[in-house]
Design a protein around this ligand. Structure first.
Ligand SMILES: C[S@@+](CC[C@H](N)C(=O)[O-])C[C@H]1O[C@@H](n2cnc3c(N)ncnc32)[C@H](O)[C@@H]1O
Length: 397
């Protein structure tokens, strides 16, 4: 039977997630800020959890209805056949959100939702008390412009918790965001990739998994695996499919960081992800940056004021980075930062995309290889970016 499945992501990664869904064969999609709804059979729940790199969670959509008052909310929730999904001892925890809706009190909406579920379960199971000591069923009630949406969270632990990153440095990016940045950059596995501020190695480990086509959830468990109402075969089949897709392509991935301890952590994380043979890590200050190959793609996440470092020394670090890169014409450069005046230091980017790291507004600034036929002149590194010129791709600065 066809299900409606919702996948959520960091604001700004919707286009990447949409492409990921297309590559899994899901073309019937509805895209909103930070979430995409698509139609699929039950197998889609397992495949979305196991294969998607940029998604944060996978939800099963149960219902959508108008809810201008509590009666409508109660009736809409009670209509759902909860007894077909949740056993008598299931744990029914309700989370909620409300935006631009008459029903603005989230605790009240959660409480009404829970009452309606219990009412339906009471009638179906013929009992009054539910022990709630079995499997978890995280329920979400979202009110948006007086429409209620009821979902079940199938992932359990968020999808960024891949399980390989036991050690982090300062200000790591989430695994899902790191994968999204690599996918946004357009890096191709045949090209060397360098992260000169690699920290815990997240960008490189995600790139290695992309290059080798290793599904991020291949070794993970998901909450919905415990739900008996779903066909249990979907998980095994998706994992077999994931195994069959892995390749043994040779990759050239390089990670540097000034902090020797952080480099050790990155190596351990890569080992946990079974990607340690794919990545060379070394302790190196950015001022010693060098690269002897032809083309390469630099993808990195520099320190930025919000979390680490102080503004003056940060600007100096950014200038050093710009200067060490300037002799290399044939590099694609993708720099992710929350630095307010980044382009004043680095020059106007060929492409600029707004993204959020947690709740910090950041941008991914892309500078493409001068030799690429489809690109205009290389931006002048010293020139401040006051106004965007017509004809350039990307968002407004
Ligand atoms: C924002 S963190 C990178 C986080 C990384 N993307 C991750 O997910 O773990 C920035 C890193 O830059 C490193 N760093 C700071 N100054 C540096 C320098 N002069 N040369 C090289 N690395 C430096 C820090 O040690 C830190 O690990």
């Amino acid at each position: 039977m066809k299900q409606n499945i919702i996948v959520t992501c960091t604001f700004g990664l919707e286009s990447v997630l949409k492409r990921e869904l297309a590559s899994l064969g899901y073309h019937d999609r509805h895209v909103q800020d930070g979430r995409i709804t698509f139609g699929a059979d039950e197998a889609g729940i397992a495949r979305a959890n196991i294969f998607l790199r940029s998604a944060d969670r996978v939800y099963l959509k149960l219902s959508e209805f108008d809810a201008y008052d509590f009666d409508q909310l109660f009736e809409g929730v009670r209509e759902i056949n909860w007894q077909d999904m949740i056993p008598a001892n299931g744990i029914m925890h309700v989370n909620g959100r409300s935006r631009k809706s008459k029903l603005s009190s989230v605790p009240a909406c959660q409480s009404i939702t829970k009452k309606a579920i219990i009412e339906k379960m009471r009638l179906s199971y013929g009992i009054d008390r539910f022990p709630e000591d079995g499997t978890r069923f995280p329920i979400e009630i979202i009110l948006e412009k007086n429409k209620a949406q009821v979902t079940l969270d199938t992932s359990g632990a968020a999808l960024f918790k891949r399980g390989y990153r036991l050690h982090t440095g300062e200000a790591p990016v989430k695994e899902t965001l790191a994968a999204g940045l690599v996918l946004l950059s357009g890096w191709k596995p045949g090209t060397p990739m360098i992260d000169p501020f690699c920290g815990a190695g997240t960008l490189l480990i995600e790139a290695a998994m992309i290059g080798r086509n290793v599904a991020p959830g291949i070794n993970r468990n998901f909450l919905a695996m415990e739900w008996e109402f779903l066909d249990q075969d979907i998980w095994g089949k998706a994992k077999t499919e994931a195994l069959s897709r892995i390749n043994h392509r040779k990759l050239e991935l390089f990670g540097y960081d000034i902090d020797a301890q952080v480099i050790d952590s990155a190596g351990l994380n890569a080992k946990n992800a079974d990607m340690d043979r794919e990545i060379d890590f070394a302790c190196r200050d950015i001022s010693k940056f060098h690269f002897s190959g032809e083309n390469a793609c630099v993808i990195t996440n520099l320190p930025y004021g919000e979390r680490i470092g102080d503004k003056g020394t940060l600007d100096e670090l950014y200038r050093t980075f710009r200067n060490v890169l300037s002799p290399y014409d044939k590099l694609d450069k993708h720099i992710f930062t929350a630095h307010d005046h980044f382009q004043e230091i680095f020059g106007r980017a060929d492409k600029k995309r707004k993204l959020y790291n947690g709740n910090i507004k950041c941008h991914l600034y892309s500078y493409f290889n001068q030799g690429r036929a489809d690109k205009g002149p290389r931006p002048d590194p010293g020139r401040p970016s006051r106004k965007r010129r017509g004809g350039q791709s990307g968002e407004k600065p």
